[in-house]
Design a protein around this ligand. Structure first.
Ligand code: C5P
Length: 233
């Protein structure tokens, strides 16, 4: 029996993956995996428990025990996440948490500990998986793999708008530097570095609107799904 179809969308932070994935998951009626949120939840939990960044055994144990709950509200791009029944607030999406998540994500036993939880999200009728290594490592047999890119400045500008809209203070040059630092760490690490799977379609979203990106991926997916129906093995 074939496994449920998976659409993977990988790429650097701020390329528009979350918005694109949420819209596609809603249109398709598929499940959605925000894998970055798992690393972010781990960062918050490890910080709260005072686990050192070099204590890889404790970090992996902490990662394996995480059972976050995700709740998606129609029209909201990002999930509301709770851990042990407690909602995690704005801290989950802060740049600080993203930076710590990126450092912990470079630890191979941490990545290994989160694999099973990610693969368990693959359920009928299908899964849209958003992250850095969805196509290269977590779902190597995905139905369609996308690598979504945009220039660092463009990505920082999007992030800047999001923060300002939330009434938060933000400096564009600082954001550009933070985004570049995080990308470099994600691309340099030994375990599942940020890089397109060889069979991924690369899309540069810099000059495209959100709906153009969504339509492009939708078209590619329809083609793949019809090939899959004709040749289910
Ligand atoms: O996507 P988001 O910004 O929430 O991810 C936070 C961090 O988690 C990323 O910078 C990256 O280091 C890490 N991550 C990862 N693999 C994934 C998803 C996120 O290493 N599949």
């Amino acid at each position: 029996m074939s496994l449920a179809p998976v659409l993977t969308v990988d790429g650097p932070s701020g390329a528009g993956k979350s918005s694109v994935c949420r819209l596609l998951a809603e249109r398709l009626g598929w499940h959605f995996l925000d894998s970055g949120a798992l690393y972010r939840v781990l960062a918050l939990r490890a910080r709260a428990e005072g686990i050192g960044e070099d204590d890889t055994t404790a970090l992996a144990a902490c990662a394996a025990a995480l059972r976050p709950e995700f709740e998606f509200q129609p029209g909201e791009e990002l999930a509301r996440v709770s851990l042990d029944g407690q909602p995690l607030g704005e801290g989950l999406r802060s740049e600080d948490t993203g930076a710590l998540a990126s450092r912990l994500a470079a630890v191979p036993p941490v990545r290994q500990a989160l694999l099973a939880a990610q693969r368990a999200q693959r359920r009928e009728p299908g899964l849209v998986a958003d992250g850095r290594d969805m196509g290269s490592t977590v779902f190597p047999d995905a139905t369609l793999k996308i690598f979504l890119e945009a220039s660092p400045v463009q990505r920082a500008e999007r992030r800047h708008k999001q923060l300002i809209a939330k009434g938060l203070d933000a400096s564009l040059p600082v954001l550009v530097a933070q985004i570049q630092e995080r990308d470099e760490r994600d691309a340099r690490r030994q375990a599942s570095p940020l890089r397109p799977a060889p069979d991924a379609f690369r899309i540069d979203s810099s000059a495209l609107t959100l709906s153009q990106v969504v339509d492009r991926i939708w078209g590619l997916l329809q083609e793949r799904m019809s090939q899959r129906d004709q040749d289910p093995d």
